[in-house]
Ligand binder design. Structure first.
Ligand code: ZN
Ligand code: MN
Length: 144
């Protein structure tokens, strides 16, 4: 068992969240995924193993993970929500052609939050920054 899975399970237990085989499978799938899957992607990846599981079940479990602080929901314009179990601070780039989402790291932009707080009087809770463009795979598809 990975360390991250152990930690996540501990956090759920601490929060009083009951563990089920489906919940376990969804969580470990997300922890191993680097693709930022949609609820539908997760459903399709696990449907052979859990034929009775519905997409709604996947959604409900994701909601529990979000509330527990184990997963974050990413929204990119008109696409359906994507889910990320990597809670470290990082930003995302999305491909306009294939929709792929790739992580990138940049020092957290705390100054922008401070400036926004000063100028607006808001109690700032966060900010979002997404980059979009054409991924490497799509670039090579376009030139070949
Ligand atoms: Zn692409
Ligand atoms: Mn990510």
């Amino acid at each position: 068992m990975t360390n991250r899975l152990e930690q996540a399970l501990g956090k759920l237990k601490h929060s009083g969240v009951r563990m089920t085989p489906q919940r376990y499978a969804i969580l470990s799938h997300l922890l191993n995924a680097t693709s930022h899957p949609t609820a539908d992607d997760i459903y399709r990846a696990l449907e052979d193993k859990f034929p009775n599981m519905s997409v709604a079940t996947v959604y409900n479990n994701l909601k529990v993970f979000i509330e527990t602080g184990l997963v974050r929901e990413l929204t990119f314009g008109d696409n359906s929500s994507r889910f990320d179990a990597d809670m470290s601070s990082h930003y995302h780039a999305q491909c306009d052609q294939c929709g792929k989402i790739v992580d990138f790291h940049f020092p957290t932009l705390t100054e922008i939050e401070h400036t926004a707080a000063v100028e607006t009087g808001f109690q700032v809770r966060g900010h979002r920054l997404d980059v979009h463009g054409v991924c490497k795979d799509c670039q090579s598809r376009m030139t070949h």
